[in-house]
Design a protein around this ligand. Structure first.
Ligand code: MN
Length: 260
């Protein structure tokens, strides 16, 4: 069994390697990720210039590692279409520094990279953790490994595309793990203008949307101190929820607490 590990924060982002270290216990790995941060590139792919790939010395033993001069989606497409010689069973994208929730998942390069795996018939997971500092990456990595182990062992359905978000908290401060729907909320994009001495410039500035978030949505669930799992295969592709149920979420959380 093999997992492609990717992200949108770039090949040297700590979250990618904390994830890879944990996934190594359940499958062989290949890592292919953008050569620089590509957050908020969504599902973008590169069609108007060639893609260049650097094979970098493995950061982990026995893990082929590729740095891609392209978007997160490019990385997944290239890895699955060309770089990997052996069969890949899953794509796991993350651990993103910062949450990917609500309508903003459409902008997420982390989710975009996982989507390319799902569109190619693979089990795919995007996983993100609150805050740019991300002190508790281990929780996310262990949860990803737990799920990957179950999927690869065939104890979960074989048609899943999951978006997982965790609070950046010690495990004993996390309340639970809930199955959610994406909130129909996003940030408000405002445009700030400045002048650099030669030309005017603009910054898109994201401001958080206010309150009144349904507590059963991904945003509401996170705000209450839970881990959120959204089954995007049901949300975006209108497929049945299959084996992803609330009781599975509770069981997973108990297992995570046991191993955390
Ligand atoms: Mn990112």
């Amino acid at each position: 069994m093999a997992i492609l590990v990717t992200n949108d924060d770039g090949i040297f982002a700590p979250g990618l390697w904390v994830l890879a270290k944990e996934l190594k216990s359940v499958a062989s790995l290949v890592v292919a990720a953008p050569d620089r941060e590509q957050s908020a590139t969504g599902t973008a792919i590169t069609l108007r210039q060639p893609l260049r790939v650097q094979r970098v010395p493995p950061i982990m033993p026995d893990v082929d590692t590729y740095s891609v001069e392209g978007t997160p989606s490019d990385s997944t497409i290239l890895a699955l279409g060309k770089l990997t010689k052996n069969r890949v069973d899953m794509v796991i994208s993350g651990i993103n520094k910062g949450l990917n929730l609500g309508d903003d998942i459409l902008l997420s390069g982390t989710v975009g990279a996982a989507l390319q795996g799902y569109l190619r018939g693979l089990q795919s997971i995007a996983i993100s953790i609150a805050s740019a500092d991300s002190h508790y990456l281990d929780n996310a990595a262990k949860l990803a490994a737990l799920l990957a182990g179950k999927i690869l062992a065939g104890t979960l359905p074989m048609d899943m595309f999951l978006n997982i978000n965790l609070p950046d908290l010690p495990l004993n401060e996390i309340k639970g793990l809930k199955l959610t729907q994406p909130a129909h909320k996003t940030h408000i994009d405002t445009v700030e203008e400045g002048h650099d001495g030669r030309r005017e410039y603009y910054w898109l500035v994201r401001q958080k949307l206010g309150t009144n978030i349904d507590k059963d949505t991904d945003i509401g669930t996170l705000e209450q101190g839970n881990i959120s799992i959204t089954a995007l295969h049901t949300t975006w592709f209108q497929k049945p929820t299959l084996g992803i149920t609330n009781s599975l979420c509770s069981d997973l959380f108990r297992e995570l607490q046991r191993i955390g």
